[in-house]
Design a protein around this ligand. Structure first.
Ligand code: WTA
Length: 656
């Protein structure tokens, strides 16, 4: 074998078995797969006993495609499961969150007993404002403990929370408030980012101009900056919440009570309000958290480095870990707030044992250099996880070597907003992992890889990832749009859930995720649809037409590249093109979020179209990724593409 071939062989056959010591003590033992396979529903029903039910369910699954009910005759309260029951069991003094602020030196320790008081007071305050079971409450907050408290207070009252990532614009916030008819908003005056205050309340004020039905806004004082105040609508958290009684008697709700609404991008311009209910979701996230991260609640310090504005934060900062009584780190800042070794400092200081983050962050940390982790004691770590996008083997290996000291199992976890919790993953202590492979379905979960006709592919082949049986954490639908739910997920292949991801089975039958197969882009692990960004672009007065593609990017996984034709007024024509491009980029940030800002905008007099007038995205992606252009004969005007390719080098937006 030539040296290059030998190297390739080693790459493909690189496998890492868990140590015998880890395996012996792991929560998941190899028999778990057979136990679950024997009767998945019965297995999930046993997992539901991890929760404290007021009335234990006698039913397990009721399935009428695409509508699932799990444990439907059971009743419970999610906040009691996450907080009160741990205090009642004598674990009130256990730390729930070591909260670490963006600014160095700022931290808070919140025990389960503290959390119980905070949630009770917040629930009492929401009752005073008029919140009742079945209401929807929007939460637009930075990563502070009050964000978790706000979520749990809603859950306690049987109201669904719709958390909107605080990086989203006023427009994005108002459309989400309107779509699910939220009557209450919980927010903060602002957040801290790399030490500087960054306002949030003005975006809420702007959003609410088009949301006349919002009755009350509860505002946490975080930065102390001046805010505009609407009397009779706005309430300070420190005034209203902190004067409330410190006890609140919970009510219990049916397992299928809506707990969460979380908007996520689909293939159209309108984000989907994915909703989750209580009993199945909590069972799913508590069970997966226990086995996949091997959580030992008494000794572990768990850290999901994500924002509560995404599903990862919901399932693995709030509901899963709290249901399991874990001690966590919750961090407000960016990976380099206060220096490029900030994360490693936090791990050293709090003796973090389990770290869960996204490949894009790992690649950034990798770029900064291994001297940063090397200068800190990371020996407390014992399990590492990743989520959000396919992880490239190089980043996986760096994570293993430089963070995990070649000792910590890595769990590459595949899931989605829609799935509620992890579905495909290795299990530490069992799986012989491969860099870049998510390996296999979690116990009790059935997935398959199918071809265009829905036939299961063999080992060594690729296709579409589908889930073939209902699972407890699955979304119960798209808020207010059952037809779109059926159409998007349950119509591509009969009888199974279509995830929208490509996947391959390797020679051993293990799964590798290959990214989206639709017009959903994955930018630093954030989902955005090409149409959503195109809509924002054409909303700018200077833009006539726009086409957006996700081009591969070394750090962010994918990056947005926009091809734009201008409708130039006399005024614009006098402007420098770079100025126009910057204006358009800023416009997209304003309309959606800074995360949606195109990395590059390419101005072109025409877009390449098929004879039927469809924009040729595949071709634009090739152009954006500098690939060979292939057959362009179906273009109305083949010269357009070559011209666009020529423009790539010249008119690019600045990177920031
Ligand atoms: C992608 C995040 C490969 C995938 C929890 C999915 C992944 C989308 C992985 C969901 C992974 C998530 N390997 N791809 N381990 N995890 N994805 O809804 O394309 O924000 O469809 O949920 O992220 O993104 P969402």
């Amino acid at each position: 074998m030539s040296e290059a071939k030998l190297e390739a062989w080693h790459e493909e056959n690189r496998k890492f078995a868990p140590s015998a010591e880890f395996a012996a003590q792991a929560n998941a033992q190899p028999s778990i797969y057979d136990e679950a396979d024997a009767n998945p529903e019965a297995w999930w029903r046993r997992q539901a006993d991890r929760l404290t039910w007021e009335k234990a369910p006698t039913s397990t699954l009721e399935w009428d495609l695409p509508n699932a009910k799990w444990f439907s005759d059971g009743t419970l309260n999610a906040s009691v499961n996450c907080v009160d029951r741990h205090v009642a069991a004598g674990r009130g003094s256990k730390v729930a969150y070591h909260w670490v602020g963006d600014r160095e030196g700022e931290s808070r320790t919140i025990t389960y007993a503290d959390l119980q008081v905070m949630v009770a007071q917040a629930a009492n305050a929401l009752v005073e404002l008029g919140v009742v079971a079945g209401d929807r409450v929007a939460i637009y907050m930075p990563m502070i403990p009050e964000a978790v408290v706000a979520m749990l207070a809603c859950a306690r009252l049987g109201a669904a929370h719709s958390v909107v990532f605080a990086g989203f614009s006023a427009d994005a916030l108002s459309s989400r408030i309107l779509d699910s008819d939220c009557r209450y908003v919980i927010t903060a005056d602002g957040a801290f980012r790399r030490g500087a205050p960054s306002p949030l309340k003005p975006a809420v004020d702007e959003a609410l101009r088009s949301c006349p039905d919002v009755k009350a806004v509860l505002v946490v004082r975080r930065t102390g900056e001046d805010v505009v105040w609407t009397e009779g609508r706005d309430y300070w958290w420190h005034e209203l919440v902190e004067r409330q009684p410190t006890e609140h008697t919970p009510e219990f709700f049916p397992a299928e009570q809506t707990l969460i609404i979380m908007y996520t991008s689909g293939t159209t311009a309108k984000p989907k309000g994915i909703y989750h209910t209580t009993g199945g979701y909590l069972t799913h996230v508590a069970t997966t958290h226990h086995y996949i991260f091997d959580l030992k609640a008494d000794t572990d310090v768990f850290w999901t480095a994500a924002d509560i504005g995404w599903i990862t934060g919901h399932s693995y900062i709030v509901y899963g870990p709290l249901a399991n009584g874990a001690t966590q780190v919750m961090y407000e800042g960016l990976p380099d707030s206060g220096g490029k070794d900030r994360w490693w400092k936090i791990i050293e200081q709090y003796k973090v044992t389990i770290l869960y983050t996204a490949p894009t962050t790992i690649r950034t940390l990798m770029k900064w250099g291994e001297e940063y982790p090397a200068s800190h004691d990371l020996s407390s770590l014992r399990v590492l996880g990743t989520v959000g996008e396919p992880i490239n083997p190089e980043a996986w290996m760096w994570y293993r070597e430089h963070i995990g000291a070649n000792r910590c199992p890595i769990v590459d976890t595949w899931w989605q907003t829609e799935t509620g919790g992890i579905l495909v993953t290795p299990l530490p202590g069992i799986s012989v992992t491969k860099p870049g492979a998510a390996m296999r379905a979690f116990p009790g979960i059935s997935v398959d890889v199918v071809d265009n006709e829905g036939r299961s592919v063999g080992n060594g082949e690729g296709g579409y990832l589908v889930v073939t049986k209902p699972w407890p954490g699955m979304t119960r639908g798209i808020y207010g749009d059952p037809a779109r739910f059926l159409e998007t997920y349950w119509s591509r292949f009969p009888g199974v859930y279509f995830a929208g991801d490509g996947a391959k089975r390797d020679a051993d039958g293990d799964l590798w995720l290959l990214g989206r197969v639709d017009d959903v882009m994955n930018i630093s692990g954030h989902r955005l649809s090409t149409t959503e960004v195109e809509h924002a672009l054409v909303g700018h007065p200077a833009v006539a037409e726009a086409a957006v593609v996700g081009a591969s990017d070394d750090t962010t996984g994918q990056a947005i590249v926009a091809f734009v034709t201008l409708r130039l007024s006399a005024d614009d024509a006098s402007k420098d093109q770079t100025e126009v491009i910057e204006e358009i980029r800023a416009h997209v940030a304003r309309v959606i979020s800074p995360i949606a800002k195109p990395r590059q905008i390419i101005l072109t007099p025409e877009l390449p179209k098929t004879r039927s007038g469809k924009i040729m995205r595949r071709l634009l992606r090739d152009v954006a990724e500098n690939r060979h252009l292939g057959d362009v004969t179906t273009l109305t005007d083949p010269t357009v593409v070559n011209m666009i390719a020529g423009l790539m080098g010249s008119h690019t937006g600045s990177e920031d």
